[in-house]
Write a protein that binds this ligand. Structure first.
Ligand code: Z5A
Length: 201
């Protein structure tokens, strides 16, 4: 599940997981950065808004350090058991934020990602798309600020454009959904998209 801040990823991971479990499908719902004890500690550093001096490369390596631990402790184990894994953010977030947002090279990002994930890619990626002012507005209402939320709107516009470009470049993997719709409507669209994919198999 991918998208900019306040797109509704956390909400939708929870709702879609519940829907799949109700159908008897074994689901592990998880998130990045975090999803493990070490990941949560790394997350605290990454989101600390007092650490504005963090270099883009440090940022990239920290996201990947959290991802290695997430792979080892959660994702690989679940996939080995043939369990469906739904993760709130993964490699596409790194491309959108660290490449399109921060300007690091895509090649560097993907080389490091290959080390972190062993080349594991999602079968399906849902991109919850909405204008950044709406997403940031939702988080402001929820009284949430972190190191990314204090970035100017232009940064979030670049990240959104990056996500859309990634989706355009891999239409078979991505499903882009209008995230300004009501929560329940968004859930229905995601569940329908998953069902469509499963029937294609
Ligand atoms: N990051 C990175 O740079 N590189 C990477 O490789 C990775 C991440 C993995 C993670 O912070 C930050 O790390 C993130 C990118 C960066 N920062 N930014 N930007 P995070 O995971 O805490 O932040 P987030 O992903 O933006 O989460 P979020 O702010 O919680 O947004 P969300 O999960 O998409 O939304 P939500 O929590 O489900 O909903 C937010 C609010 O909107 C909440 O009050 C909901 O009740 C409300 N909401 C949800 N859906 C709707 C609808 N449909 N209508 C109205 N209101 C809604």
């Amino acid at each position: 599940m991918e998208g900019i801040e306040g797109a509704g990823k956390t909400t939708q991971v929870r709702m879609v997981s519940e829907r799949l479990r109700a159908r008897g499908i074994d689901v592990v719902a998880t998130f990045e950065p975090g999803g493990t004890e070490i990941g949560k500690r790394i997350r605290e550093i990454l989101l600390d808004k007092s650490l504005q001096q963090m270099s883009p490369l440090t940022e990239l390596l920290l996201y990947n350090a959290a991802r290695v631990q997430h792979m080892v402790e959660v994702i690989s184990i679940a996939l080995d058991r043939h369990t469906v894994v739904i993760t709130d953010r993964f490699t596409d977030s790194t491309l959108a934020y660290q490449c399109y947002g921060r300007g690091l090279q895509e090649r560097l990002i993907m080389d490091i990602d290959k080390i972190a994930t062993g080349g594991i890619r999602p079968d399906m990626t849902v991109l919850l798309d909405l204008p950044p002012n709406i997403g940031l507005g939702r988080n402001k209402d929820a009284n949430k600020t972190d190191r990314f939320e204090v970035e100017p709107l232009a940064f979030h516009e670049k990240v959104r454009a990056g996500f859309l470009e990634l989706a355009n470049s891999e239409p078979a993997r991505f499903k882009v959904i209008n995230a300004t719709a009501d929560t329940a409507v968004v859930t229905e669209e995601i569940v329908a998209a998953i069902e469509e994919r499963l029937q294609c198999r």
